[in-house]
Design a protein around this ligand. Structure first.
Ligand SMILES: [Zn+2]
Length: 292
């Protein structure tokens, strides 16, 4: 199966062998926009070659990064001179997490039988935004949406001219909501995207990982499914907490829940167990003595 999917002329998605990570590639005239170029060196060679067919000068290439996790940030050295764009908090986090990003990249790339041609270096995007902002990247219009919950510096990117939502690590068909904070933070982001689905003509959702969602209904369903997962997670944890269960017993009980990626090859079981911890600790925190 080809790693490339063509959505329409000048709009393609390349899917990595690594966790089915998607890189969105738009080309127009002699410009290009890439969202999350990655992951493996051979794949970045392929992306750079494809882009250089229409945008041979990388100064006319923009790279947008949805969030500073290792699998989304390795592409920059393949596009020297390109404009870089991400959330305002991206650079600080990448700097802070540089060692663990480098370590994760090294492990995954080696496991796939490849080698990074250069050590990972944190970088500061030339252009940043936060909140809901309209941005012009070369000839491409982008509207940003703050979407924390998986990562505090996460942007979903809406491309109104193409009807494409580059959702970053949200709305995947192979991953559950992968929390880095209390579940209601993530639910707030789904509410934001809910408004986007209501107000805009979302024709394709390009998630960070796994199959694309074609048509508004398909994308919308993923959002409702993820909301449903979070509500069940919170309700289950809350019941266990009120019954006096500790975290380990709560995890055992919540392991019975059904969810996307349970026992799958790209298994979500550990992610779910961590999600239980985030929900449990948030609850314990909010009911601790001294809190009103
Ligand atoms: Zn991520």
């Amino acid at each position: 199966m080809s790693a490339w999917t063509t959505l329409e002329p000048g709009v393609r998605v390349r899917t990595s062998r690594c966790q089915d990570m998607n890189s969105l590639v738009l080309t127009a005239d002699d410009h290009a926009l890439l969202v999350d170029p990655g992951v493996l060196p051979s794949e970045l060679d392929d992306l750079a070659a494809a882009v250089s067919e229409t945008a041979p000068r990388f100064e006319r290439v923009a790279l947008a990064f949805t969030h500073p996790h290792w699998d989304h940030v390795l592409g920059m050295p393949w596009f020297p001179g390109a404009l870089t764009f991400a959330h305002s908090g991206f650079a600080d986090e990448l700097e802070r997490e540089a060692a663990s990003v480098a370590h994760a990249a090294e492990c995954w790339v080696t496991e796939q039988g490849e080698r990074l041609p250069h050590a990972f270096r944190p970088f500061a995007p030339r252009l940043t935004a936060h909140g809901t902002a309209a941005v012009r990247l070369g000839p491409f219009s982008v509207v940003t949406y703050d979407t924390p919950g998986h990562n505090g510096n996460h942007l979903a990117l809406w491309l109104p001219e193409r009807g494409i939502l580059a959702a970053g690590d949200l709305l995947s068909d192979i991953e559950i909501p992968w929390l880095d904070s209390p579940p209601w933070v993530y639910r707030g982001s789904l509410k934001t995207l809910h408004w986007l689905f209501e107000q805009e003509d979302v024709r394709v959702v390009v998630p960070g990982h796994g199959p694309l969602a074609h048509g508004r209904t398909t994308g919308y369903r993923r959002l409702l499914r993820d909301m449903d997962y979070l509500l069940h997670l919170e309700a289950g944890v809350s019941r266990a907490f009120q019954a006096g269960l500790d975290l380990e017993d709560t995890r055992k009980q919540l392991a019975r829940m059904e969810y996307v990626g349970k026992d799958a090859a790209h298994a979500m079981n550990d992610v779910h167990a961590e999600n239980v911890r985030f929900a449990y600790e948030a609850l314990a925190d909010s009911t601790a003595p001294g809190r009103s």
